[in-house]
Write a protein that binds this ligand. Structure first.
Ligand SMILES: *[C@@H]1O[C@H](CO)[C@@H](O)[C@H](O)[C@H]1NC(C)=O
Ligand SMILES: *[C@@H]1O[C@H](CO)[C@@H](O)[C@H](O)[C@H]1NC(C)=O
Length: 586
């Protein structure tokens, strides 16, 4: 069924539904001030009898206790360090309280939905019609059109639930979430042909012991000598490295073998596994432009071989047709899939090179995704995301027209290790596009309190820009790695790809090697990295502080603003880049 057809056939029926239900003690549960970038409201109407499945996530219990347990098990020196949890322990701890479930169920039954409910772990699906959903949530759905793709979705900018249920409900979708074009943009900035390098002499000279050619473009050898893992030979321990793919990006075996042949001679026939989530494909179509997928897999495989690499291909484009929340939202689909994996199948390190402006995702949804990422951390998984490619922000204008820097989600989730970008080897500097700054959704976690408050109290930028960022927010990125001009085979040809999309797999590969070393020596995987990273960086061990270079962003207001990299944590390169030879022994 195509909404667009219905839209043409049916006249405006929505008007009759507005302004109803003045009696219920409802209160606005969530409002977004406008649709995310690219979405325009249209005056088309939609048949109120269109089926819709509302997914109501219930509030979990013991969230602060769970978060404390996660921090404790991730903090070196704590008595429970390394004591990761099983999913059933996590589920038992977080399961919504009986009273929560009952209260929401009573509400739905009182509205006549008793026969339309199905119960999952911590959510309830209500199978109903658009018209009835509007009445249930005291809202009015509208048709929004994406100006780029022409696709249409039915969403609302605000919805309500009874006052007494605000603490029982975590989020209800589809409502304010516009699907995968928000929060989900590949973090590739630029692709160039390597012929741009011809003018540069590729001498065999060395800079700081690194091949001088690494100053202008990056190969696997550049990363292994810069981050000091050339000498480490991973064993086939029980560890795996996961690479996330969304937006119909499929990693290609053909391009991987060409890449390996050229850059890692002797390591022929190396491959990766591909897992399909929610119908995501593992298509092999070497002639197509799968730049993001090829970049990610070529740099994880080349650094970590023979550690098994798994490409998780999650389907889910902007939700258009059937209003079924179960086929809509790639991050939730992906996380639900991952949390069901057995310990055996779970990768210990996962890299994701997608993200977008934090304010384009509803906060309730951001919190839900972040909580599920925290559960991966508690399972012993290190979850890395690229920080984004727009420095302090892209247009630097908030929804209400104010001049503001714009943080990136999921990089701002406190349980993500967010990876910024660097360039050059003598010295290694911040790269100008590296995104960083401060969340407006998540407050600053304790693990970064000292590093970030010392930045805020000592750096001129912190004062210069004080009206443009939220000093109490979670600061990002946490760490960084090279991000400019990576040689990548795409469609059979060597290309140069730039973006923090390169940085996250580069850093994740190093973490995977540390996990390999630990697990081969009978140890636990690192799990959630940040408390450990901030601890070792303070002790100046294993992380090389990047202290020069400046980010640039803000195409609209605050034109050309950017943060300077500096001694200690900064909002461009975080704590700095990895030194495997030291990390291995910590
Ligand atoms: C790679 O595969 C080909 C054909 O399957 C085989 O002939 C060759 O020996 C393999 N090379 C290595 C290094 O395993
Ligand atoms: C600043 O961040 C805090 C969370 O750290 C949040 O509660 C507050 O609303 C944010 N302020 C703005 C203006 O977004």
């Amino acid at each position: 069924m195509h909404i667009s057809k219905l839209l043409l056939l049916l006249p405006a029926l929505l008007a009759s539904i507005s302004d109803a239900h003045p009696l219920a003690p409802y209160r606005t549960f969530e409002t977004i001030s406008s649709a995310p970038r690219g979405w325009e409201i249209s005056d088309e109407s939609v048949d109120p009898s269109t089926p819709i499945k509302l997914r109501i996530h219930l509030a979990q219990q013991n969230v602060p206790q769970f978060e404390k347990a996660l921090i404790d098990m991730s903090t070196p020196g704590h008595s429970s360090y390394g004591n990761h949890m099983s999913q059933s322990q996590i589920d038992d701890m977080l399961r919504p309280h009986e009273d929560t479930t009952t209260a929401v169920k009573d509400w739905l039954e009182s509205k006549g939905f008793a026969n339309d409910l199905s119960f999952k772990n911590d959510w309830i699906v209500v199978s109903t019609t658009l018209g009835q959903a509007e009445s249930l949530l005291q809202t009015q759905y509208k048709v929004f059109r994406n100006s780029e793709t022409g696709k249409k979705v039915v969403r609302t900018l605000s919805y309500s639930v009874p006052r007494n249920l605000h603490s029982s409900v975590a989020l209800i979708q589809p409502t304010t979430l516009f699907g995968s074009t928000s929060a989900m943009k590949s973090t590739i900035l630029r692709v160039e042909d390597p012929s741009v390098l011809k003018s540069i002499s590729l001498s065999k000279s060395k800079l700081n012991g690194i091949d001088a050619a690494c100053q202008s473009s990056i190969t696997p050898d550049c990363l292994s000598s810069l981050y000091k893992y050339s000498d480490y030979k991973p064993t086939l321990a029980k560890n795996k490295l996961g690479v996330n793919g969304f937006l119909e990006q499929y990693a290609q075996n053909d391009d991987l073998s060409k890449f390996m042949k050229k850059y890692i001679p002797g390591a022929n026939n190396v491959t990766f596994a591909c897992t399909s989530i929610n119908g995501g494909k593992c298509t092999q179509h070497p002639s197509e432009d799968f730049t993001e997928a090829n970049l990610d897999i070529q740099y994880t495989v080349s650094a970590s071989n023979p550690i098994p690499n798994i490409y998780y291909s999650t389907a889910g484009r902007p939700p258009v047709v059937d209003l079924d929340p179960n086929t809509n939202e790639p991050y939730l689909e992906w996380l639900e899939y991952m949390l069901k994996l057995s310990d055996e199948d779970m990768p210990q390190t996962i890299t994701t090179s997608y993200g977008d402006n934090e304010h384009t995702v509803p906060q309730s949804y951001a919190i839900k995704v972040c909580n599920m990422i925290a559960q991966l951390g508690a399972r012993g998984v290190s979850v890395l995301f690229s920080s984004g490619d727009s420095g302090p922000g892209d247009d630097c204008t908030s929804k209400d027209g104010k001049k503001r820097f714009v943080p990136t989600f999921p990089a701002t989730c406190p349980y993500v290790t967010s990876v910024g970008g660097t360039v050059g080897v003598q010295p290694e500097k911040a790269v100008s596009f590296s995104s960083g700054g401060f969340s407006n959704y998540f407050s600053r976690p304790d693990y970064q309190n000292s590093a970030v408050s010392s930045y805020l109290s000592s750096q001129a930028d912190a004062t210069t820009f004080k009206n443009y960022y939220n000093a109490s927010g979670r600061a990002f990125p946490d760490i960084s790695a090279q991000g400019s001009r990576f040689h990548v085979f795409v469609g059979g040809y060597d290309q140069l790809v730039s973006g923090t999309s390169a940085s996250s797999p580069a850093f994740a590969a190093v973490i995977s090697l540390v996990n390999n070393y630990r697990i081969s020596n009978g140890g636990q995987p690192l799990g959630f990295l940040n408390p450990w990273l901030y601890t070792i960086a303070t002790e100046k061990k294993g992380i090389v502080d990047i202290t020069s270079g400046t980010s640039r962003g803000c195409t609209g207001s605050i034109l050309g603003a950017g943060w300077k990299a500096t001694t200690g944590w900064d909002p461009v390169t975080g704590l700095g880049t990895p030194d495997f030879s030291v990390l291995q022994n910590l």
